[in-house]
Design a binder for this molecule. Sequence first.
Ligand code: ACO
Length: 377
Amino acid sequence: MSEIEYRPGLDGVPAVQTRISFLDLEHEQIVIRGYDLIELAERLSYLEVGYLLLRGEVPQPAQLSALEATIRRQQASLPPELGQIYAAWGERLHPMDALRTGISALSADHGGFDADNGEGLEDTLIRLWALVPVMIAQAHRARTHHPFSEPRGDLPFAANFLWMMTGIEPSPLAARIFDRLLILYSEHEMPNSTFAARVIASSLADPYGALTGAVAALKGPLHGGANEAVMHMLQAVGSAQAMEAYLLDRLKAKARIMGFGHRVYMHRPDPRAVMTKALLAELVREKGGQQLQAMCEEGERVMRDQKGLYPNLDYYAAPVYHLLGIATDLFTPIFFAARTAGLAAHLREQYAHNRLFRPRVVYLGPRGLTLRTGDSG
Ligand code: ACO
């Protein structure tokens, strides 16, 4: 054991061998199944990227239609008991907790998981992928006392997701920008939540359990919860003029500024944030929101000057979602919905090449203690 170097937070330690994705820092690319994520976001739809993630190749039109049909069928099959749970808990349940509960509850009537049954596994993964947006929307509509906007089979995946959450059919621009963000969030190598899912799956626990654990991991503000926290920060600051003083104050107090930094990119740009900044500019040209955009850009400048830190995806995703009319506490659930595609691919890979995760420790406690008479009750 002693010859293995301890790296806090497993920084830089490879946890798996994978064919799914890789952060190629040398070429400043996020490689997804061999393709550049940014090119995928420019040219494909989210469902096409999801198919690529899950099956390893870009779908032909007939394959995509078959997937769309399966997703539509699955989206119409949310167990009614979940609607009752969401209605009963209402606003007392944070949307991430509603999602965590929902994914766990979906295992009802779907017991007897067999990791060697490839077809059964894929059906389960697609079921989860299809139902996550429905659960997010249904829980949100219930807590805001709106009737549920039933999934619409005539709308593409992203537009339907927006429709279910807001009850408003999105404009083509809003649907396209939302679809791109789903792609940018769809997969990102080995973040904390993906690792959590793979660790759980490595005991051959079922995908419901693995994804329940992944939602719990994603909720934290150091990970997926950052996009919600960024929006709260922007609202607290209020203007571009107030941004510098706010950040200097927070940095002086040694606070972490949400939406900046990343374990892998730390002092270099996150390509997803670069694209999302451009999407924000496009959205602002159509819908207004110049103040918000100016505030974000000022924050980016200050953080680069002061700390050499760059914005991550969550920083620019927050104002984009806000301008799309999405409630702030749905930002992280949407991250998870997008990431379900990548997680499905990881679970399939984990089950196919499984070895139980069981690391060791560097023990710092005492040894050789002996009990004295009277120590035990
Ligand atoms: N604000 C201020 N300082 C920061 C930030 C930040 N956002 N991020 C890192 N630092 C500083 C740390 O204070 C530390 O400084 P020090 O060496 O002087 O103590 C140094 O940079 C290294 O930080 P670590 O926490 O050791 O780096 P780690 O790799 O563990 O952290 C993390 C990565 C958690 C993402 C961090 O950058 C952070 O907290 N960012 C804010 C939260 C956030 O935006 N998370 C979203 C991540 S991306 C995503 O999930 C899509």
